[in-house]
Design a protein. Structure first.
Length: 208
């Protein structure tokens, strides 16, 4: 089962990447005239630069996780056996579903990255009525699920780096941008809706 779990995790990871970035970009291009990708990293050492670097590393480690499980490098043993593996599969699928649903709900406002000069509509309904960053919440849940399904050192690193990337991107890049663009509307939204988990993370401390 160990190698098989690796293959399942690899298939889920590649399908998720294809749907979340490839398919969504094509749909966005057809409907809105551009891909939605905003990949300029800004000045070296800036928050945008660090966010993109960490995400790039997390994506590579995310691929390495199931691959190392398949080839038998850095495998980890987690108590619980097939029950934990089953939970991992469910979490991976649930996270992917949440991510894809949130992307769809964003419509024309969907972006990968931030262009400080661009003003997009604020989305607050659907999954965004429960958490402010459901795309990132879905990514985190899916990453944890893939780790439980095929636990390796690389998969552990992938989840840790992804969580770090999400924190940098949301707190240091996206929240300042949204507050600058939407002002009190975003501040009021943040006051009633949690950052990643319902009811948790309402503060915009330090942001004006």
């Amino acid at each position: 089962m160990t190698a098989l779990n690796g293959w399942i995790a690899l298939a889920l990871y590649l399908i998720g990447l294809g749907l979340a970035f490839g398919f969504r970009a094509v749909v966005h291009l057809r409907r809105n005239g551009d891909t939605g990708f905003r990949l300029k990293a800004g000045a070296a050492g800036s928050a945008r630069w660090w966010g993109k670097l960490l995400f790039a590393v997390a994506l590579l480690l995310g691929l390495a996780g199931p691959v190392t499980q398949i080839v038998g490098i850095g495998r980890l043993t987690i108590p619980g056996g097939t029950i934990v593996e089953g939970i991992g599969l469910v979490l991976a699928l649930l996270g992917m579903k949440t991510l894809l649903r949130a992307q769809r709900e964003m419509g024309a406002s969907w972006r990968v990255g931030v262009d400080p000069e661009e003003h997009t509509e604020m989305v607050t309904d659907g999954t965004f009525a429960m958490v402010r960053n459901p795309v990132f919440s879905g990514m985190a849940v899916s990453s944890v699920g893939l780790f439980l399904l095929a636990p390796t050192i690389a998969a552990t690193a992938a989840t840790v780096v992804l969580l770090a990337a999400i924190q940098v991107q949301v707190r240091a890049v996206e929240e300042p941008y949204l507050l600058a663009v939407h002002g009190d509307a975003y501040r009021d939204y943040a006051a009633r809706v949690g950052r990643f988990v319902p009811g948790v993370g309402h503060s915009l401390r330090g942001l004006r």
